[in-house]
Design a protein around this ligand. Structure first.
Ligand SMILES: [Cu+2]
Length: 280
């Protein structure tokens, strides 16, 4: 077991890194169900095939027979996968609604933070609405490959103390890209000409250093607001859609920090953008 100084267990669960979003564990459970069902099917089908290859290998003494196949067998191998698929669909409906369906009550009604991400070959342009929280104004600012968000504090029982739902308005300038944030279990295509809607909450702050202490707003944000960017740790965001030669370099850093720190960073960036706009 590997535990961070803030008490968060960061042990990989067999295949997947620790999940930081509120819906992460649900996504993982579905992943494991689907994985084991397909794994057993794969081993069963391939095993049978190998067995038959061996059993019915060429034998000059055996006479070829004519067979029309088995009707009941065909019904069985059609109905069983169909039932499994429907069952998986039913099992995933709730998680799907929570993560993707704005009309569903379990989809967040309120977003404390909204950012706009435009994917392009081969970078992510992240626009923050700035101090006034409105897009299209002078204090908006755009960062390349940097996604900073406030994290959502929880108590010892994992209950949310203050909601920090982040909405991402997602689109692409050129080809189809895919925003993939493994620690949050978020993956969504960025499609040109279409403004997608993704949301997440990050329930753990980025681990900021060996002592596990977070930088404070007043000590670090006076000059150019780069401090958040300089945090030692970050979570990787990848492009998960092969989008051209630079696809593998299309990476972004996610930092989840306390709201006060985040607001201080936004203020520095936003004030600078506004000053630039006023100066011509
Ligand atoms: Cu891409």
């Amino acid at each position: 077991m590997q535990v961070r100084p803030d008490g968060f267990d960061v042990t990989w669960k067999w295949w997947l890194p620790p999940a930081h979003s509120s819906f992460g564990d649900d996504v993982d459970l579905l992943f494991y169900w689907i994985f084991w069902i397909t794994m057993l099917t794969f081993v069963g089908v391939e095993g049978l095939m190998l067995y038959f290859c061996f059993k019915y290998r060429r034998n000059p003494a055996r006479k070829t027979i004519y067979t029309k196949g088995s009707h009941s067998l065909e019904v069985a191998w059609t109905v069983i996968p169909a039932v499994i698929l429907v069952a998986l669909g039913v099992a995933s409906a709730k998680t799907w609604a929570t993560t993707k369906d704005p009309a569903n009550p379990s989809f967040p009604q309120e977003f404390q933070t909204t950012v706009k991400i435009i994917a392009e070959q081969f970078a992510w342009k992240v626009t923050y609405p700035g101090n006034d929280k409105e897009f299209g104004t002078d204090d908006d600012f755009t960062e390349t490959n940097i996604l900073n968000v406030p994290f959502e504090p929880t108590n010892a029982d994992g209950e949310v103390i203050t909601e920090e739902n982040v909405r991402v308005l997602l689109s692409s300038k050129d080809v189809i890209h895919s925003l993939f944030i493994p620690v949050l279990r978020v993956k969504q295509d960025a499609v040109p000409g279409f403004l997608g809607n993704v949301w997440f909450d990050c329930q753990r702050a980025t681990y900021a250093g060996p002592d596990g202490k977070h930088l404070t707003a007043d000590s670090k944000y006076s000059e150019d607001g780069r401090t958040l960017v300089d945090w030692e740790e970050s979570y990787e965001i990848a492009c998960a859609e092969l989008c051209g030669l630079g696809h593998s370099q299309m990476r972004m850093q996610l930092k989840a920090v306390p709201r006060a720190d985040w607001e201080a960073w936004v203020k520095v960036k936003s004030d600078a953008a506004k000053a630039r706009a006023a100066g011509g």
